[in-house]
Design a protein around this ligand. Structure first.
Ligand code: RUB
Length: 321
């Protein structure tokens, strides 16, 4: 049909769903870029090239395709909102230009926000510190990298992060910037907290009450860190703030396929058991010491102020049919 999203949009959506593109910030910029691709393709040919209403409808359809990939990282709908709310103009040329401009502005802001929050997070780290990481977060890595750039010597204990082992990506990227890395299995985290000065994690969404939604295992790590007296921070640009939680909605936790947890052979051998594979969990605000954003650091309980300021107008869905 005329509203079938462009090939580039379907490709990006597939890559997000299969996690070739993953991590909340990376998903957000890929989604914004896919909307720009859609605008270019729709303006180039077919009914969408001459009819502004058809063009708009095709942009909304692309937004829905991208929205339906994964449910938990709010940076995805926030990216779609940012771009589609700026889809303004009379003719298709205007509309295309505004979408492409908005997409580029969004990606630029994302990069700048990450640099800025990296500086804030780095200030919390001291020369000689060992940090513990969970999963792979570009926002968390920005803090460690900025600390290294400040001339601080930092080492890392990197949790493998079952079932998909995103810890391997973190380990590689830290090694690349000269941070000595010790890789551990997730269950070894509490034992190694004794050797750690700071825990740094990212976020897929942050709720109005300051709850941090991040890779499964983050909440247990936070509780253990508190028990061991090790400070823990979440590095999260404000694109991770979840506007719908302002009106009492909860954040959907993605449940992924059991094949990530157990091989078909092992499954066959074990037989009739249930396997569950939640991808994320919620760390209550009382177990998190600080949320580090591009606007500075916040105690989790006060993040709602920033959320109202930035997302107070509510959470429209400009991709709706
Ligand atoms: C990734 C994950 C990351 C956040 C933050 O989960 O939980 O900690 O997305 O990442 P998945 P970033 O691998 O399932 O996408 O700071 O890069 O946005």
């Amino acid at each position: 049909t005329e509203h079938e999203p462009a090939a580039a949009v379907r490709e990006t959506a597939d890559e997000i769903a299969t996690m070739e593109i993953r991590g909340a910030a990376t998903i957000a910029s890929a989604a914004a870029e896919a909307l720009a691709e859609q605008a270019r393709a729709a303006a180039a040919e077919g009914p969408t090239a001459s009819d502004p209403e058809a063009f708009r409808a095709s942009m909304r359809a692309a937004g829905r395709t991208l929205r339906e990939t994964r449910p938990t990282a709010v940076s995805l709908p926030n990216a779609l909102r940012y771009v589609l709310q700026r889809m303004d103009g009379e003719g298709v040329d205007d509309l295309r230009r505004n979408v492409v401009d908005a997409s580029e502005a969004f990606v630029r802001q994302l990069d700048r926000a990450q640099d800025d929050l990296g500086q804030v997070g780095a200030n919390r780290l001291a020369d000689g510190d060992t940090v513990m990481t969970h999963c792979h977060s570009t926002d968390a890595l920005a803090c460690i990298e900025a600390a290294v750039d400040q001339g601080k010597s930092i080492s890392a204990v990197v949790k493998e992060t079952r079932p998909r082992q995103q810890g391997h990506i973190t380990a590689e990227q830290l090694r690349d910037i000269g941070v000595p890395v010790t890789l551990i299995v997730d269950s070894a985290a509490r034992r190694y907290l004794d050797e750690v000065d700071h825990v740094v994690v990212g976020a897929d969404s942050i709720a109005a009450d300051g709850g941090v939604i991040n890779k499964i295992g983050t909440s247990g790590l936070a509780v253990n860190a508190r028990e061991r007296g090790v400070p823990i921070m979440t590095a999260a640009q404000t694109i991770k703030l979840h506007p719908e939680t302002l009106t009492g909605h909860t954040v959907e936790i993605e449940m992924r396929d059991e094949t990530e947890v157990i091989s078909p052979d092992d499954r066959e051998a074990i037989g009739e058991i249930a396997v569950e594979n939640p991808a994320f969990d919620v760390t209550p605000p009382r177990y998190m010491d600080a949320i580090v954003t591009e606007h500075g650091q916040f105690p989790p309980e006060s993040i709602v102020t920033l959320m109202r300021e930035l997302f107070g107008e509510g959470a429209e869905e400009p991709w709706a049919e």
